[in-house]
Ligand binder design. Structure first.
Ligand SMILES: Nc1ncnc2c1ncn2[C@@H]1O[C@H](COP(=O)(O)OP(=O)(O)OP(=O)(O)O)[C@@H](O)[C@H]1O
Length: 339
């Protein structure tokens, strides 16, 4: 009997020990997970006026950039170099998987380069904290409240947030201005404006009645339509008055009216900013200043739309031809080149 009990307890202890060791193993794995770079590096703070709207030199300089998602994976961005000036409107194009989003997100250090450098207004972005970087450049949607998405670092009042949403025409003009907004995330913020509701009265954007700044945004903003996500991203860029805006155009078709609002807002509100648009529709970027065409992580063309559309056997020209609206695009590119 004593022997049987001993065997029983030995087995039990052994099983418990194995389970405990599994937990230790998991903890060790978590310790090895790459950490987000520091938010702030006290000895390397970016100046308050950085980056400048009126830099005479190139505002954004990318040199020999190489990006891999893991050491064992092939390069997704391969020896890419280019320079962009303040206030330029740049379209980033290429086939699916060519590396457009990777290049755009590497400008915000969501992926770190394995080689090369990115310099914004004279500062190598790898040398400063990600707060200093991301608080100056527009970012993508993440989960949290609408307010947290518009103003992730809590630097602006509710009034500024609602004003920005109004400027991108997220609110109906006839929405009553009298309903009070729910309390903001921190008591220190001014709650100077009243509640406004999303409505389809001025756009064909999906109706989102009774949404306040406290409305929840799911991861990736999936509880908002593509059009609404773009408008929210633009509102955030307006609030920040960022000299550099990275804009990821919606892949799915957006109704004509919403698209017109987005394009008009870009032209009216962001005229002084360096705008880098990851583009999926050619008519969106046909009047931009310059276009970067990527293929397999390399720049294959980089010039004005007018120069590119005229280039025999050019990649951009063939992309335009495939749309079936070549002459329209050509006319638009020519008109833009003359302004
Ligand atoms: N998190 C990731 N881990 C590993 N590989 C990735 C990851 N994200 C993207 N990739 C790979 O990197 C390459 C470039 O992807 P990326 O999303 O940058 O292309 P894209 O041009 O933006 O494509 P799309 O137009 O479809 O959005 C693709 O081969 C993709 O499979």
């Amino acid at each position: 009997m004593a022997f049987t009990l001993s065997v029983y307890w030995t087995c039990r202890y052994w099983t418990t020990l194995e389970l405990d060791l599994n937990s230790v193993e998991r903890l060790i794995e978590y310790l090895d997970v790459p950490q987000e770079p520091p938010a702030i590096i006290e000895t390397k703070r970016a100046p308050a006026y950085w980056p400048s709207y009126s830099s005479n030199n190139d505002l954004l300089v990318v040199e020999n950039l190489e990006v891999k998602y893991a050491p064992e994976l092939p390069s997704v961005i391969n020896d890419v170099s280019f320079s962009l000036k303040a206030g330029e409107r740049i379209g980033l194009l290429g086939r699916t998987g060519s590396g457009k989003s990777t290049l755009a997100t590497s400008l915000m250090r969501f992926v770190e380069p394995t080689n090369g450098s990115i310099t914004i207004d004279g500062i190598d972005i790898s040398t400063i904290g990600v707060y200093d970087l991301r608080s100056k450049i527009d970012a993508t949607l993440f989960s949290g409240t609408l307010r947290e998405n518009l103003d992730p670092f809590g630097d602006h009042s509710d009034g500024e947030c609602t004003e920005a949403l109004r400027r991108v025409r997220m609110f109906a003009d006839d929405t009553p201005q009298t309903q009070s907004i729910r309390p903001s995330r921190t008591p220190s913020r001014a709650s100077s404006m009243h509640s406004e509701h999303f409505s389809t009265a001025t756009t064909n954007i999906d109706s989102k009645p009774n949404i306040s700044l406290d409305a929840q945004v799911s991861a990736g903003g999936t509880n908002f339509s593509q059009g609404q996500r773009q408008l929210i991203a633009m509102a955030r860029a307006l609030i920040r008055r960022s000299p550099i805006i990275i804009f990821d155009e919606a892949t799915s078709s957006i109704d004509f009216e919403t698209d017109s609002i987005i394009q008009a807002t870009i032209r009216e509100e962001f005229s002084g900013s360096l705008l880098l648009t990851v583009a999926h529709r050619l008519r969106t970027i046909i009047d931009y200043d310059r276009l970067i065409i990527l293929d397999k992580g390399k720049i294959v063309e980089f010039d004005t739309p007018w120069n590119l559309i005229q280039k025999e056997d050019g990649v951009f020209r063939s992309m335009c031809m495939k749309t079936g609206t070549f002459s329209e695009l050509e006319d638009a590119a020519k008109a833009a080149s003359l302004t």
